[in-house]
Design a binder for this molecule. Structure first.
Ligand SMILES: Nc1nc2c(ncn2[C@@H]2O[C@H](COP(=O)(O)OP(=O)(O)OP(=O)(O)O)[C@@H](O)[C@H]2O)c(=O)[nH]1
Ligand SMILES: [Mg+2]
Length: 210
C-alpha cells in the first residue's frame, strides 16, 4: 500500500504579497485580480501525489498579513509542520517582513518545522526589486527552501508545494509509539502517517488549532 501523510502548513507574510492567491492557485487552479484581504485566517486542504504514489495531504492555514492580526499567528504556526513565508518580488519591504517572520519561526515554532521562502509575483519581473541571488543567498544561509512563484500565471506554484511534500516525510520525526501518538499536538507536529492505525486522528476528531 502506498504511503499517506498529512501535514499542517501555514502561510505567513506581509499583506498583499499574494498568500491567498497562491493557495487559490494551488487548491483550485484559479486566480482572482481583485482578492479581498484575509480576515483572521482561512483553512483549505489539498493533496499532492508524488511519483512513488505517496500522497501528502496539506492542511493549509492561510493567515491574514495585516498588522492587526499579527498576534493570531502563533496559534497557526505552533503546530505546523511547514511554513511558507511569502514576499513580493516587487517590494523590498516585503522581504524584510519575511525575514522577521522567519526569525520568529526559528525562535518560537517547532524546531523540526520546514520553512520555505517564496518570492511571489514573478510575472511582474519588470518591476522587480528583490533579485533572485539576494533571496537565494539569504535562504541558503538560513537553511530554508526557496522558490519564485506567480499565483497569476501559475508558474512555480505546484513546484514549491511538491518540493515541500517531498521534503516533509523525510524530515518529520517518526510518530511516537502508543499513547503519545494519540496526543493531538505531539502527533500532528510529527506529521501523521495515515496508514498507521494508532496514529490516525481521523480528521473531525482532531483538536482544533483555533
Ligand atoms: N501580478 C500578480 N498579482 C498577484 C499575484 N498574486 C497575488 N496578486 C495580487 O495581489 C493582491 C493581493 O493578493 P492576496 O492573495 O489577497 O494577498 P494576501 O497575501 O493574501 O494578503 P492578506 O490576506 O491581506 O494578507 C491581489 O490583488 C492579487 O490579485 C501574482 O502572482 N501576480
Ligand atoms: Mg490573504
Amino acid at each position: 500500500m502506498s504511503k499517506q501523510f498529512q501535514f499542517k502548513l501555514v502561510l505567513l507574510g506581509e499583506s498583499a504579497v499574494g498568500k491567498s492567491s497562491l493557495v487559490l492557485r494551488f487548491v483550485k487552479d484559479q486566480f482572482d485580480d481583485y482578492r479581498e484581504s484575509t480576515i483572521g485566517a482561512a483553512f483549505l486542504t489539498q493533496t499532492v501525489t508524488l511519483e512513488d504514489q505517496t500522497t501528502v495531504k496539506f492542511e493549509i492555514w492561510d493567515t491574514a498579513g495585516q498588522e492587526r492580526y499579527k498576534s493570531l499567528a502563533p496559534m497557526y504556526y505552533r503546530n505546523a509542520n511547514c511554513a511558507v513565508v511569502v514576499y513580493d518580488i516587487t517590494q523590498t519591504t516585503s522581504l524584510e517582513k519575511a525575514r522577521t517572520w522567519i526569525r520568529e519561526l526559528q525562535r518560537q515554532a517547532d524546531p523540526s518545522i520546514v520553512i520555505a521562502l517564496c518570492g511571489n509575483k514573478s510575472d511582474l519581473s519588470a518591476r522587480r526589486q528583490v533579485t533572485q541571488e539576494e533571496a537565494k543567498k539569504y535562504a541558503e544561509e538560513e537553511g530554508l527552501m526557496w522558490g519564485e512563484t506567480s499565483a497569476k500565471s501559475g508558474e512555480g506554484v505546484s513546484d514549491i508545494f511538491t518540493a515541500i511534500a517531498k521534503k516533509l516525510p523525510q524530515t518529520a520525526a517518526p510518530p511516537k509509539a502508543g499513547g503519545a501518538a494519540r496526543s493531538g499536538a505531539a502527533a500532528s507536529r510529527a506529521g501523521v502517517d495515515l496508514n498507521k492505525q494508532s496514529n490516525a486522528l481521523g480528521g473531525q476528531n482532531e483538536p482544533c488549532n483555533c
